[in-house]
Design a protein around this ligand. Structure first.
Ligand SMILES: *Cc1c(COP(=O)(O)O)cnc(C)c1O
Length: 388
């Protein structure tokens, strides 16, 4: 009888992946070689090395895909050229007339893509506050095919109960799709809670250094049917991650666990500091026990992550803060080693209609911090002087 392979813990798998534990690279290379080639020589007629053409597959990218599959508990993963590319591949599962319920507070780019899909592909989307389970149930139509969830949501940090979403999906025959960018598989693994598909902007925590775009689409075990359709679209279109960028993300993932722990420690300290500031109103951080989603998040994730949003007393304070920070950079994106501050209404959520933005609390006084791995006291000192 074959001996069962030892299941290494997630920290070990970020460093070694699943295959690398056993795999011996050419010349014993410890890091994954970058197979910078478009095509592969055939050994003979009807005899391939297993690789034929990089649009279809590439050994560097394969190793990244199996590493992300291992972290997420997925059957298979597609490594895409960006998070948006991964979401676009996902949409190939749907047909004109299909309806999808999505979290009302999604990444702005996802909303833009879904709006286009409504106009050009005949899909229908309804945006609901998915942190209120009964509202999701009420929103289901005969043509509803999937729930598309972000938890915590972006940028207002609402937490959706993934187990409750799974129950709804089972009852109504829907797919459960989760964008897991904010917590990363280090803190949250939606497939274990019933998700069929998981999306990542790998540009954020997975790669972690604000220097490489990437995206992932992971299919759960038992959803080989979906995986096959998705991989067909992916290899036909070619929105895959290059060998070099695959190497960059593999390298970034090696430190995922230590980065996430550090980011979370820093975020908690900064959230507590912000709460003491007279010019700061309601600090939204899922790691604060008074956050409305604290308990649900704790029941389904092992951490709270490093994203904080807050309101300032006036628009002037918010604008001043963005220009007065020195160490913290005023920039879009999140999940890297550098701390970034964003103004969602002017940046990521600029296209959101005024009414929808106001309902979500995405106002001119609203700011979002992606906490990095710097020294927490240095970050707090920077915020303190900028709030003066
Ligand atoms: C950034 C982001 C995306 C899009 O990913 P890109 O890599 O920028 O294409 C999707 N979802 C979330 C939650 C994001 O933060």
């Amino acid at each position: 009888m074959a001996e069962k392979k030892k299941e290494y813990s997630i920290e070990t798998r970020t460093v070694h992946g699943e295959n690398r534990i056993d795999l011996v690279h050419t010349y014993g290379s410890i890091s994954t070689p970058i197979f910078q080639t478009a095509t592969f020589q055939h050994i003979g007629v009807k005899h391939s090395t297993g690789y034929d053409y990089t649009r279809v597959s590439n050994p560097t990218r394969d190793e990244l895909e199996s590493t992300v599959s291992s972290l997420e508990g997925a059957f298979t993963t597609l490594a895409c050229s960006s998070g948006m590319a991964a979401i676009d591949v996902l949409l190939s599962l749907f047909r004109p007339g299909d309806h999808i319920i999505a979290t009302d507070d999604l990444y702005g780019g996802s909303v833009r893509l879904f709006d286009t899909a409504e106009q050009t592909r005949g899909l229908k989307f309804t945006y609901l506050d998915t942190s209120i389970t009964k509202d999701v149930e009420k929103g289901i139509l005969p043509e509803t095919k999937a729930l598309y969830i972000e938890t915590p949501s972006n940028p207002t940090m609402k937490v959706t109960d993934l187990r409750a979403m799974k129950r709804i999906c089972e009852e109504h025959g829907l797919l459960l799709i989760v964008d897991n960018t904010f917590l990363s598989p280090y803190f949250q693994r939606p497939i274990g809670l019933g998700a069929d598909l998981v999306i990542h902007s790998g540009t954020k925590y997975l790669e972690g250094h604000n220097d490489t775009l990437s995206g992932f689409l992971c299919a759960a075990p038992g959803r080989e049917d979906l995986a096959e359709t998705l991989r067909m679209t992916y290899k036909t279109v070619g929105c895959n991650l290059s060998p070099f960028d695959s190497f960059m993300v593999l390298r970034g993932i090696k430190t995922l666990a230590v980065r996430m722990d550090r980011v979370q420690d820093n975020a908690l300290k900064i959230a507590q500091f912000l709460k003491t500031q007279p010019k700061v109103k309601d600090v939204l951080y899922v790691g604060l026990p008074e956050h409305p989603g604290y308990e649900v998040n704790r029941s389904q994730a092992s951490g709270f992550g490093g994203m904080i949003s807050f309101h300032t007393d006036t628009k002037e304070t918010a604008y001043h803060l963005l220009e007065a920070v020195k160490l913290i950079k005023f920039a879009e994106s999140l999940g890297g080693v550098e701390t970034l501050i964003t103004h969602p209404r002017l940046q990521t959520h600029a296209d959101l209609p005024e009414e929808a933005a106001r309902k979500l609390g995405i106002t001119d006084n609203f700011l979002r911090l992606s906490v990095g791995i710097e020294n927490a006291d240095d970050l707090i000192a920077d915020l303190r002087q900028a709030l003066e």
